[in-house]
Design a binder for this molecule. Structure first.
Ligand SMILES: [Zn+2]
Length: 310
C-alpha cells in the first residue's frame, strides 16, 4: 500500500506527498499521514490523512475560511478548516479537488489506487431475496429511498474526526467490494464488512453520532440501523435481530446499539457494517485502518465474544 502519492497543479510542476505529523489533537490517529506544501509567492497548505484508494475516506485540512469542492459537491468545512471526502468502489484513477482561498482558486489532482475485487459465491440465502417477486418491488424501492434519505448527511456534527472502533469482535466473513453471486445469480457488489457473531451478540457504536434510521424489517437488509457521524459520514448496520436505540437519539462511541441477527438476505448470524460518505459507499476496513480509535473497543465492558471461523 503506497503511502505516497503525487500531486499535480494544473499543467505545472509535480509534487510528492510525504509523511508528517498531523495537527495537535489528532496525533492519536497515528497511522498514515499525508502532507503537502506549496512554496512560492503564496504559501498554501493542504493536508490529508487517509489513503487515496478506491473505498477510502480522507480527512483534509485547509486554512480556516477556505472552501473546498470535490466531485461536483461543495464540501462543508469546519471552523478549523477540516473536511472529509470519500472515494467509491469504482472511483477513477485521478480525481480533482478545488480549494478557494483568499489567494484565489487552485485545483489539485490526486491519483487514486485502483483495486481488484474478489468474487464471493454464497449459497443458501432465501431465494425470495435473490429473485424477489414482482409484488415486493415497490417495497424494495421505498426502503431504498428511506436509506438514501438517512444518508443525506446534512448534519454539522464532527464525530467523524474522532476515529472509529470495531462494532463487534469476531471473524471477518465478508469484505468490501467483492462481487457477490447469490445462489448462483450474480448480484450487486458487497459493500459492508461482515463480522460473524452469534445471534444476539451485542453491537457497539463504532463512533459517536445521532441515530437517523431504525427499521426492523427491510426486505434485503432486515433489521437496519443508520447512525450519522457528521459531514455526510454515516454507519449502517444490517441483518440485526434487535435495535436498542431510537431515531433522533445521540449516542457515544462504545454504547450498545443493537444485536446481531440473520434477518434479510443472510445465511447465518453476522453483523454487516457499512460506512458511507453521503451516497458513496466506503470500505469500513480502510476506515478502521486509517482512522482507528483504540481508546474504546467493541466489547470493552466484557461482552466481547469469541467464536470459531466458519
Ligand atoms: Zn454483508
Amino acid at each position: 500500500m503506497s503511502r505516497e502519492f503525487s500531486l499535480q497543479m494544473r499543467g505545472q510542476q509535480r509534487f510528492s506527498g510525504d509523511t508528517r505529523a498531523w495537527a495537535p489533537g489528532f496525533r492519536y490517529l497515528a497511522t498514515c499521514f499525508l502532507y503537502l506544501t506549496f512554496v512560492g509567492a503564496d504559501i498554501q497548505a493542504l493536508e490529508f490523512k487517509g489513503q487515496w484508494q478506491q473505498g477510502g475516506m480522507l480527512i483534509g485540512t485547509v486554512a480556516a475560511g477556505d472552501s473546498v469542492d470535490f466531485d461536483g459537491r461543495s464540501l462543508p468545512v469546519s471552523e478549523e478548516g477540516q473536511f472529509v471526502l470519500g472515494l467509491g468502489r469504482n472511483a477513477p484513477s485521478r480525481v480533482t479537488l478545488r480549494v478557494n482561498s483568499k489567494q484565489g482558486e487552485k485545483s489539485y489532482e490526486f491519483n487514486v489506487a485502483q483495486r481488484e475485487y474478489a468474487i464471493q459465491r454464497i449459497e443458501g440465502v432465501p431465494q425470495r431475496t435473490v429473485t424477489p417477486p414482482e409484488s415486493v418491488m415497490e417495497r424494495i424501492r421505498s426502503e431504498g429511498a428511506e436509506v438514501s434519505r438517512a444518508r443525506r448527511g446534512e448534519s454539522q456534527r464532527l464525530d467523524f474526526l474522532n476515529g472509529f472502533s470495531r462494532p463487534l469482535e469476531g471473524p471477518i466473513t465478508g469484505v468490501y467490494g467483492s462481487q457477490r453471486v447469490y445462489n448462483g445469480v450474480p448480484k450487486n457488489p458487497h459493500y459492508g464488512l461482515d463480522i460473524a457473531g452469534p445471534e444476539g451478540a451485542m453491537v457497539y457504536a463504532p463512533n459517536s453520532g445521532v441515530v437517523k434510521l431504525v427499521h426492523r424489517d427491510m426486505y434485503y437488509s432486515g433489521g437496519t440501523l443508520i447512525i450519522d457521524h457528521g459531514y455526510g459520514v454515516s454507519s449502517t448496520f444490517i441483518h440485526l435481530s434487535d435495535i436498542l436505540v431510537s431515531e433522533g437519539t445521540e449516542i457515544n462511541r462504545g454504547d450498545p446499539i443493537a444485536k446481531v441477527g440473520a434477518t434479510g438476505r443472510a445465511t447465518g448470524p453476522h453483523l454487516d457494517w457499512r460506512v458511507n460518505w453521503y451516497q458513496v459507499r466506503l470500505d469500513p476496513a480502510q476506515v478502521l485502518e486509517h482512522f482507528s480509535n483504540s481508546e474504546q473497543v467493541a466489547g470493552a465492558d466484557g461482552e466481547s465474544v469469541q467464536i470459531k471461523p466458519r
